[in-house]
Design a protein around this ligand. Sequence first.
Ligand SMILES: NC(=O)c1ccc[n+]([C@@H]2O[C@H](COP(=O)([O-])OP(=O)(O)OC[C@H]3O[C@@H](n4cnc5c(N)ncnc54)[C@H](O)[C@@H]3O)[C@@H](O)[C@H]2O)c1
Ligand SMILES: O=c1ccn([C@@H]2O[C@H](COP(=O)(O)OP(=O)(O)O[C@H]3O[C@H](CO)[C@@H](O)[C@H](O)[C@H]3O)[C@@H](O)[C@H]2O)c(=O)[nH]1
Length: 443
Amino acid sequence: MKIGIMGTGYVGLVHGAVLSSYGFQVTCMDVDVDKIKHLQDGNSPIYEPGLEELLRHSLRDGLLTFTTSPQQVIQESDVIFIAVGTPAKEDGGADLSYVRDVIQQIATYINGYKVIVCKSTMPVGTSRRIATYLDTLLTDRRSDFRADVVSNPEFLRQGKAVTDALSPSRVIIGTESSQAKETLQTIYQVHIQHHVPFLYTNLETAEMIKYASNSFLAVKISFINELALVSEKVGANIQDIATGMGLDERISPHFLQAGPGYGGSCFPKDTQAMLDIGEKNDEDLYIIRAAIAANEKQMKSMINKISEALSVNGTLQGKTIAIWGLSFKPETDDIRYAPSFEIIKGLLQQGAMVNVFCPQGMEQAKRMWSDFNNRIHYCQSEAASAQDADAIVLMTEWHQFRAHNWPMIAKTMRGNAFFDLRNMFTTDVQVREQFQYYSVGSS
Ligand SMILES: NC(=O)c1ccc[n+]([C@@H]2O[C@H](COP(=O)([O-])OP(=O)(O)OC[C@H]3O[C@@H](n4cnc5c(N)ncnc54)[C@H](O)[C@@H]3O)[C@@H](O)[C@H]2O)c1
Ligand SMILES: O=c1ccn([C@@H]2O[C@H](COP(=O)(O)OP(=O)(O)O[C@H]3O[C@H](CO)[C@@H](O)[C@H](O)[C@H]3O)[C@@H](O)[C@H]2O)c(=O)[nH]1
């Protein structure tokens, strides 16, 4: 069985690398010529722990190939995974134009029965519409070929994408075709052997499971973040509150870490898309709407916290602030919808100078935030960013930020404020002694 993947980003590339490591012949296709060239040269265009090694093995074994040709990937493959982006449109709905392009290409080049697997996150109803659209295109072209469509949402987390793809929490397969179901069972044979939970549903349910999961996690984060703001005012400690709540296994301790607000390429867009799905079905989803609003408020609260501590006569003019971490979470180079950007913009607006350092996110930041390139100073290390600064703002909990000669860092600074927006150092005596220390959700 040959597998094709259309869209070679965080999901498509990781999935391609993992499936080829199981011995499948996989072709990954992308419209981004530079990305494919990079991959053909044996380099990963993204930072994801364990990925480069996996790619190297599959390339060496000849199981993984990369192409920009839709014709090649479609005609060579029995199963075609769609892993293109489904970003948010202005109105919050999902932009399905990349998915439409792929379907049109499949209709053009189809040369036999295909199983089309929707891995991209798509609003409920999309997979069924894909099946109908493809049927119409094939009928118009008087084609005898046919395809089955499966919704098989992806739940991997960035920074842990390889381990998550190798060992997923669950596999959801939405299909009404027994042939397609068998095909997916063959592809996920390894997971079946390892007793990964499988759930078979219809197309709509599978699509909803993806949005429901991300929305629920976003709600959990906004819930704890709101309580963190109150805790600061009443002398309670949010980390202990989360621990205490999490001891109840109905609540679970996961996703209760207070911080600057959630970000990334999924939660912000998927919660918005979920609202849009609700609206299109005459349902106002109050809880998700509130989670989004609380997330926006959380980022503003972080800016206020910094500004209240540092501003003189209502301005940050003349203050230099070191930002540690740009990526939306550790172990990724991805800065899409990173809270760091909102906070940097807020500080710049109030007149501050901003020095930044991120172990992996700086190249993307320079590219994606190019309008701000003359206002953001990119530094060689976190220590360099702190030199002559009035404050450090820790945005992302990269492991390397943990171990420092804190007295030395403090000595090179002009001020001594330390805003730990990830609560990395709440119990670190040295950091608390050395700096005027601010955390999230405790005093
Ligand atoms: N990033 C994650 O952690 C994650 C996890 C689960 C699900 N998802 C979902 O998976 C999908 C992909 O996300 P991603 O983060 O990998 O996106 P990405 O932006 O990293 O990658 C998408 C790729 O698709 C390519 N592309 C666009 N049009 C194409 C076409 N017509 N043919 C071939 N390639 C095309 C782009 O060039 C890009 O390389 C989204 O729907 C996302 O919501 C993402
Ligand atoms: O207790 C927590 C947990 C997470 N976050 C933040 O939430 C965001 C998202 O984190 P995480 O879920 O770990 O990262 P993603 O890689 O975006 O993964 C989410 O989004 C993916 C794309 O849909 C899904 O596949 C995953 O299952 C889902 O966890 C980040 O900004 C985190 O800092 C918190 O603030 N507190």
